[in-house]
Design a protein around this ligand. Structure first.
Ligand code: PMP
Ligand code: GLN
Length: 412
C-alpha cells in the first residue's frame, strides 16, 4: 500500500456492514432508506431503459445533457446565479466522486484544509491522499452537558474558527445539513465562515447532500448564494440522498467555471463518464419536481414532512429508554448520549479502544439494534468528546422502527 494510504485502511462502513451481516440486527446504522424510492424515478428508469437504446452507451464526459440542464434550472434561482450547464456542473460517481474531484482538483502537497467536526468520514482521508493537511475544529454544545436538546445548540467557537485560517489554508469543507449531527447552519453562521474565506482567499466545498431534508422551522441556506461566495464555492449534491436511491451512486458539483474545470481535470482521467440511463432517469425526476416546485406535493417538500415524523418517533423512543437525543434540524441521522445506560452494558466483552465502538457492538449482539459509533467522525485528538454518543439513522420504514422500539424497550 502506498504510504499515503497507510493510516486510513480502517473503515467504519466495511466493519459495520459485516457486523450487520453476521448478527442481522435492525440496521439503524447505515444512511439509506429501507423503503422504496418514489415511483416516478424507478418508473422512468424502467421505461427509458427499454425504449431509448442510445441510453445504453457513453454520454457526455462531464454530465448527461438532460441532467446538467435540469440541475442548472433547479439551482440557478436557489443560488442567484445563472448556472451554465456546459461549464459550471460536473456529474460524477455520487457525492463521494464529487468530493474526490473537488479535493484532488484543488489541494496541493502541504495545503491546509479546515474540516468541521463531526465530519462525514471520507473528508479526512481524501485530503490526506491529495497530500493536504486536515485541520479539524469541533462543533461544541453551547449549553451545559445534560441539557443539550437540538443540533442547533452545537456551535463553532468564533475565536477558534478564526485561528484556523492562515496563509497555508486552501479550503474549508462544510456540510449542511450535517452528517451525523443533523445541524443546519444558519445564515449568520455561514456568513461568519464566508467572511473568513474572503479575508484569507480560501475556497469552500459545501456538501449539501441532505439539502431537501430540513425540518421546520429550519431553512437550508446555500453558502454559494451569500455575497461574494459564488466565485469561491463548490457545492455538492447527491441523487442518492435526494431521491432515496443511494445505490444509483450519482452526484454532482456545481460552481464557477474556473473551479469546476479543475474537478473536470481529475474526473476525465479517473471516472471519465457516469451511467447514462441513471442520469436520464434522475433528470426526468428533477424535471417533474421543477414542474410542481411550489406545490405542497413536490417531493422536495413532502420528504421533510415525512421524515420529520420518523425523527420525532426516534427522539421519543430514545428518550423513553433513558438516552438523551440531540434532535436534528435536518438530514437522516440522530445522535444520542447513552451515558446513563453505562451500567446496563458490559463493555469488557469488546476489545475496541473507543467506548462508542464497544457500546454499538454490544448493542448489536445483545439487543439486536445497530447504530454507528460517532468517533468515526472525529479526528484522534477530539474523539474523546463523543465517546458516549451513538448515531442512529431514522430514515427507515415504520415497521422496522417499531421492531427497533420493541427490542430497545424490552431490553430497558
Ligand atoms: N456526504 C455526506 C455528508 C454523506 O452523508 C454521504 C453519504 N451518503 C455522502 C457525501 C456520499 O454520498 P453519495 O452516496 O452520493 O456518494
Ligand atoms: N453516508 C452514509 C452514512 O453516513 C453511507 C456511508 C457511505 O456513504 N460510505 O451512513
Amino acid at each position: 500500500l502506498p504510504s499515503r494510504y497507510m493510516n486510513i485502511s480502517k473503515n467504519v462502513w466495511l466493519e459495520y456492514l459485516q457486523l450487520a451481516k453476521d448478527y442481522e440486527p435492525i440496521d439503524l446504522g447505515h444512511g439509506y432508506p429501507d423503503f422504496p424510492p418514489p415511483r416516478h424515478i424507478v418508473g422512468a428508469l424502467k421505461y427509458l431503459s427499454t425504449t431509448d437504446l442510445h441510453l445504453h452507451q457513453y454520454t457526455v464526459d462531464f454530465g448527461h445533457p438532460r441532467l446538467v440542464d435540469s440541475l442548472a434550472k433547479l439551482y440557478s434561482p436557489l443560488v442567484g446565479h445563472k448556472i451554465d450547464p456546459q461549464t459550471e456542473i460536473l456529474v460524477t460517481h455520487g457525492a463521494t466522486g464529487a468530493l474526490f474531484s473537488s479535493i484532488n482538483g484543488h489541494v496541493d502537497t502541504g495545503d491546509e484544509v479546515i474540516i468541521i467536526e463531526p465530519f462525514f468520514d471520507c473528508y479526512v482521508p481524501l485530503v490526506q491522499i491529495a497530500g493536504g493537511i486536515p485541520k479539524c475544529i469541533p462543533l461544541k454544545p453551547k449549553t451545559i452537558k445534560g441539557d443539550v436538546l437540538s443540533s442547533a445548540d452545537w456551535v463553532l467557537d468564533p475565536i477558534e474558527l478564526e485561528n484556523m485560517f492562515n496563509e497555508k489554508t486552501k479550503l474549508i469543507i462544510i456540510n449542511t445539513p450535517n452528517n451525523p449531527l443533523g445541524k443546519v447552519f444558519t445564515k449568520e453562521e455561514l456568513e461568519s465562515i464566508a467572511d473568513l474565506c474572503k479575508k484569507w482567499n480560501v475556497l469552500c466545498i459545501s456538501d449539501e447532500v441532505y439539502e431537501w431534508m430540513v425540518y421546520e422551522p429550519n431553512k437550508h441556506v446555500r453558502i454559494a448564494s451569500l455575497s461574494g461566495m459564488w466565485d469561491r464555492t463548490i457545492t455538492i449534491g447527491s441523487a442518492g440522498k435526494t431521491f432515496g436511491i443511494t445505490g444509483w451512486k450519482t452526484g454532482w458539483a456545481y460552481g464557477p467555471e474556473i473551479l469546476i474545470r479543475n474537478l473536470r481535470a481529475v474526473h476525465q482521467s479517473s471516472i471519465y463518464t457516469c451511467l447514462t440511463p441513471l442520469q436520464e432517469a434522475i433528470a426526468v425526476g428533477i424535471e417533474k419536481e421543477l414542474r410542481r416546485f411550489n406545490d405542497n406535493d413536490c417531493y422536495f417538500k413532502s420528504i421533510s414532512r415525512d421524515f420529520a415524523i420518523k425523527r420525532n418517533f426516534m427522539a421519543d423512543l430514545l428518550t423513553s429508554i433513558g438516552m438523551k437525543p440531540i434532535v436534528p434540524q435536518g438530514g437522516y441521522f440522530m445522535m444520542a448520549d447513552w451515558s446513563s445506560l453505562d451500567n446496563m452494558v458490559d463493555l469488557s466483552k469488546e476489545s475496541d479502544v473507543r467506548k462508542d465502538y464497544r457500546f454499538t457492538k454490544w448493542m448489536v449482539k445483545n439487543v439486536g439494534v445497530q447504530g454507528i459509533p460517532p468517533t468515526a467522525f472525529y479526528s484522534e485528538p477530539h474523539k474523546y468528546l463523543i465517546e458516549y454518543y451513538v448515531r442512529y439513522c431514522f430514515v427507515k420504514k415504520e415497521e422496522n422502527l417499531k421492531i427497533a422500539a420493541e427490542k430497545l424497550l424490552k431490553w430497558k
